[in-house]
Design a binder for this molecule. Structure first.
Ligand SMILES: Cc1cc2nc3c(=O)[nH]c(=O)nc-3n(C[C@H](O)[C@H](O)[C@H](O)COP(=O)(O)OP(=O)(O)OC[C@H]3O[C@@H](n4cnc5c(N)ncnc54)[C@H](O)[C@@H]3O)c2cc1C
Length: 570
């Protein structure tokens, strides 16, 4: 029988997810306390996993000529005031130090003649980051950190005598074993979630998404199942990207400073900026691009016709560091470089690194579950943290864990809890149903696309549509027992799709609760088309009680008190 064997691992600090935040957290922990055992549980292989798998060409949060306080003000403006300023400030204070540490680890940063980093903007610098993830993985190995690759974590495990999180049940898809990992402290670093909405590319190209297609939001689902509070799922992140190959456009807009134009060659973004007399927010750039389509002036492009051959070559090199597939497109006919690169909006994601959906955490990155911390894209409340912000959160969490080390207890987990988790992992292998994970995923994405504001709906939705989504998702969840897995890989895919389905249900509740349009495209309610500062300058949070999703509101200001339905302090 597959997954019959259970392997037990005991460690001091368990890190779930060996991506950006996870690898760095492990390195920080080992540097500060070499005698502690640190274990990373990773779904893929840490050498090329998560958002950094293809590499990056910029550190998007580096304070060039600006202060941490100004960074907070910028993030606040860009997100229409609803952010956790305390979290953003704690990130801002560490961004530059984190970047310097990355350079120390061996990631190359080009410098100008003055010896300084090359700035793309006030808050972004150029990096040669194609090898970023292998460099992090090598540092993890050099520090003697234990890594369990190809081992998706499935369920958080709590202490027998208290409600403290002290471990995880996972399964290794190569050895076909179940892992029970016990630890004194647990840090969740599993990133955000893609695959909830229908991807823009079909068939075999469906994993050509902007957000890492293998980040299924499992950490969020595990947290929800264990009773953790989540925040701001309704503020989905939608990336403005190059069409088909879905490469980031920051490389073009910030890197080359080339303009966005519509199908009639009108520079619609510049026009808007001139009209409004200010720079646009990130979601406005997307909103105004979608508006061009709606008015029959699409598709839209980045006009790169003014680049000379040296600049074009630099653009190609820059993309080689982050999104190599677009290079095939850019160099299709070397004698005739592209003059226009078509752009589009991606499908929406749940993400706490660009957006702010994720675990509700305090300034130490403690979640609302005892013993569980969260850092990186899985942690909510602090948009625009990017890689350096993920590193900062990893460091903050590790510092707090070590500070409180003497208060953590030896973990004890009931045998019955272990057996239940193991059985639940195996359930799809024993299913007699005939639904495949692909069929489940197709159905989930169709529901979300059509009723919960997918890209083909211009990201718009309304109460009536969301109520339909709620009903269809509830029915879909009922079919969980009929989804079948035949081996380790399909077992992972089944669990990931069920986790995405749970996140979709929570997302719909968040979208129903925010009866305004705060972040156009990220969160557009056609039935409440304007921002309502009087009633909705607050956080929409949620947690699960049994199978029920409870939505609560929290005040915008620290200590972020719970609010009544009428918006008063509870
Ligand atoms: C395409 C793209 C381009 C970007 N460009 C830039 C840029 O130029 N500059 C910049 O500063 N930032 C950029 N970012 C943002 C930045 O890369 C992310 O914010 C950051 O890497 C997220 O780090 P993380 O650790 O939270 O997630 P990840 O690095 O994605 O790590 C999550 C890890 O968890 C693992 N995992 C998931 N589920 C499980 C599970 N159930 N069990 C075990 N492991 C699991 C994953 O395999 C992965 O290794 C970009 C992001 C994307 C997607």
């Amino acid at each position: 029988m597959l997954f019959k064997n259970i392997t037990h691992i005991k460690t001091d600090i368990l890190i779930i997810g060996g991506g950006t935040a996870g690898c760095m957290a492990a390195i920080f922990a080992k540097r500060k306390t070499p005698h502690l055992d640190i274990t990373i549980i990773e779904k893929a292989h840490i050498k090329r996993s998560g958002c950094l798998a293809m590499g990056l060409n910029a550190v998007n949060a580096y304070l060039v000529n600006t202060t941490p306080q100004e960074y907070v003000e910028y993030v606040k403006r860009d997100n229409y005031d609803v952010i956790r300023s305390d979290l953003v400030l704690s990130i801002g204070e560490r961004l530059n130090r984190m970047t310097h540490f990355l350079e120390e680890l061996g990631v190359p940063f080009p410098k100008g003649e003055d010896g300084k980093y090359i700035a793309r903007s006030e808050r972004s610098i150029v990096m040669y980051g194609e090898h970023l993830k292998p460099i992090l993985a090598e540092a993890v190995a050099a520090h003697g950190i234990q890594v369990c690759n190809r081992t998706p974590a499935y369920r958080l495990l709590k202490d027998a005598g208290s409600d403290t999180v002290v471990g995880v049940a996972a399964f290794n898809i190569r050895s076909n074993e179940i892992y029970i990992v016990k630890a004194k402290a647990v840090l969740m670093c599993t990133g955000g979630a893609s695959g909830i909405y229908r991807p823009s590319n079909p068939g075999l190209a469906r994993t050509k998404t902007w957000y890492c297609p293998y980040n299924a939001g499992s950490g969020l689902a595990m947290g929800l199942r264990a009773g953790a509070e989540m925040t701001s799922f309704e503020m989905r992140f939608v990336a403005l990207r190059t069409k088909d190959v879905i490469a980031p456009t920051g490389t073009l807009v910030l890197g080359t400073k080339m303009p966005q134009c519509n199908a009639r060659d009108e520079k619609y973004i510049r026009k808007k900026q001139d009209m409004l007399g200010r720079g646009l927010t990130t979601c406005e750039r997307l909103q105004f691009t979608i508006a061009e389509h709606e008015k029959g002036r699409g598709p839209c492009y980045i006009d790169v016709s003014a680049l000379n051959s040296k600049q074009y070559k630099e653009l190609v090199e820059s993309y080689l560091n982050m999104a190599p597939s677009i290079v095939l497109d850019l160099l299709e006919d070397p004698a005739h470089p592209r003059t226009h690169i078509e752009i589009c909006g991606s499908e929406p994601y749940i993400n706490g690194g660009h957006g702010m959906a994720g675990f509700w955490v305090d300034t130490y990155r403690r979640t609302t579950l005892d013993g569980l911390y969260a850092a990186g894209d899985v942690a909510g409340g602090a948009p625009k943290k990017y890689i350096s912000g993920c590193f900062a959160e990893a460091e903050i969490a590790i510092e707090d864990i070590l500070q409180r080390w003497s208060s953590f207890q030896e973990p004890k987990i009931d045998q019955a809890v272990i057996e239940q988790a193991a059985n639940d992992i195996r359930t799809p292998l024993n299913s007699e149903g005939c639904i495949t994970f692909n069929e489940l995923e197709d159905r989930l994405q169709k529901i979300m696309e059509e009723y919960a504001g997918g890209s083909t709906q211009n990201y718009e939705t309304s109460r009536d549509k969301l109520l339909i989504a709620r009903k269809l998702l509830a029915a879909l969840s009922q079919s969980a027992g009929d989804v079948r897995a035949t081996d380790g890989h399909s077992l992972m895919r089944v669990h990931a799709t069920l986790e995405r389905t749970l996140l979709a249900r929570v997302l719909v509740e968040h979208m129903l609760a925010r009866r305004e349009t705060r972040w156009p495209c990220y969160q557009t309610r056609l039935d409440f088309p304007v921002r309502n500062d009087l009633e909705y300058k607050l956080f929409i949070n949620s947690r699960m009680v049994g199978e029920e999703i409870q939505v609560v509101k929290r005040n915008l200001q620290s200590p972020y008190a719970l609010l009544t339905k009428e918006g008063k302090a509870a």
